[in-house]
Structures are given as structure tokens and as C-alpha cells.
Design a protein. Structure first.
Length: 241
């Protein structure tokens, strides 16, 4: 059965090659293991795991969409009888969900080994911040791929964008005179993910009512959109068959 829309096609392509999927998961876990297994301050552990997620999401999206541009698939996708906004929604959503496999394995390993008394509410917040971070990193990676004109530029711009985001999100230590820079960026999901990881590692994980409400709405929005697009795609494919 052929996928009925772009979202189904991209998601099926991402998970069809089991060898490539295993390599993605293995590489992310291998990069994160030193921060999970080695005894170090919780702040350093959380920052290391968050950095792995940052580069997995950012470079995965940037390289993937640079390949689409090189293969001139954007031009062919423009010929589809769907609105431009719908095409980009499918690309963003599929790219975001395809990064979930390696990052979920990394976070699960971190929580099992280093988490201290983590309850259900902080885990819900952690899941929401992971999805929000991957969505942000996917958009940033796609923008990087659009601005770059070669693979070398993709990696250069991706490294610069990732380093800047890590710097502003508090993943790297800031000099005392520059600490004010991290304040305006505390709202972004990557910064919140880092803070939640620190709380899980120190046993101080708590989730407020507004935080839980935001997490539930974010997860529900992403899940509902994905289910709707998947249902529409499989439904149209079944009707053609």
C-alpha cells in the first residue's frame, strides 16, 4: 500500500531502513552514555544529555532537508495537488517524529540510571519538553538547510546555530557579566528540558499546574496533528487501492 500523503511517505521512509534506524539510535546513545554512566554533577550530566539531543535534532533535520534540496525534491513536491502550508507541515511533523526514536532511548536510559524518585507528572513535563525541543530544532535545522548552499555550509551553519542555542539556553556556562543573556531564552523548550533533567537527577523534580497544563496541550496538539495526517494518508491510500 502506497502512502497517501507526504507525512506518511516521509515517516515510512524514516523507519523503513532498520539498519539506518539502529545506527541513529546507537550513535545517540553512544554519545550520551558518558554523561549517563560517569559520576559527575547533575548540571553537567543534564547539559551533556541535552547537547546530544540538540545535535541529534538539529543536524538530523538540517542534513535531511539539505539532501531533499540537492535531489531537487522540493521542486517535485511543489507539483503535488496540496497547499504549500500542508506540505511544510508534513515535512516538519515527519522530521520531528523521526528523531523521537534515538532521543527517547537516551532520555529513558538517563531517567532509569540517574533519575531519583521521578514521578509521573515530571515525566509528562519531560516528554513535552522533548517534543517541543525536537520541533524547535527541526525548524532551525530546516532553516539552516535553506540558507546553506553546500554540505560544508550546512554543517558549519548547523554548528554555529547549535552552539549559539546551547549558549543562550544555559547548556554551557556563561560568564557572570553575560548571565543576563540566558534569561530571555528560558522560555524555549530546550532550556526547560535541561532544567527538568537537572531536577530529575537531583530528586527535586516537581511540576506545577500551569506547567502540566502546557505540557498536556503541547503533547495533545502534536499527537492529534500526527494522527489526523496519518489517518488522512492511509485513508486516501486505501480508497485508491
Amino acid at each position: 500500500m502506497m502512502p497517501g500523503n507526504l507525512f506518511c511517505l516521509e515517516l515510512a521512509a524514516a523507519f523503513a531502513d532498520r539498519r539506518r534506524l539502529a545506527l541513529r539510535v546507537g550513535l545517540s546513545v553512544l554519545l550520551a552514555l558518558p554523561f549517563i554512566l560517569i559520576d559527575m554533577p547533575a548540571q553537567a550530566q543534564a547539559a551533556g544529555v541535552a547537547m546530544v539531543i540538540l545535535f541529534t535534532g538539529l543536524f538530523g533535520a538540517a542534513v535531511g532537508h539539505a539532501r531533499l534540496r540537492e535531489d531537487r525534491r522540493y521542486e517535485r513536491l511543489a507539483l503535488l495537488p496540496t497547499a504549500r502550508g500542508t506540505r511544510w507541515l508534513d515535512l516538519v511533523l515527519a522530521s520531528t517524529l523521526s528523531r523521537l526514536a534515538p532521543t527517547v532511548v537516551v532520555l529513558t536510559t538517563f531517567v532509569i540510571i540517574d533519575g531519583r524518585g521521578t514521578a509521573a507528572a515530571p515525566l509528562l513535563l519531560l516528554s513535552a519538553m522533548l517534543c517541543g525541543s525536537l520541533l524547535l530544532l527541526t525548524l532551525l535545522g530546516m532553516l539552516t538547510a535553506r540558507l546553506a548552499h553546500s554540505n560544508a555550509e550546512v554543517h558549519l551553519f548547523g554548528a554555529l546555530a547549535g552552539g549559539l542555542l546551547a549558549f543562550l539556553s544555559g547548556l554551557t556556562p556563561l560568564p557572570a557579566r553575560m548571565a543576563w543573556l540566558a534569561g530571555p531564552m528560558n522560555w524555549n523548550p530546550l532550556s526547560q528540558l535541561h532544567q527538568t533533567l537537572v531536577a530529575c537527577a537531583t530528586g527535586s523534580a516537581r511540576a506545577s499546574g500551569p506547567g502540566l497544563a502546557f505540557a498536556a496541550l503541547l503533547l495533545a496538539g502534536i499527537a492529534t496533528t500526527a494522527v489526523v495526517r496519518w489517518t488522512q494518508g492511509t485513508g486516501s491510500s486505501a480508497r485508491r487501492n
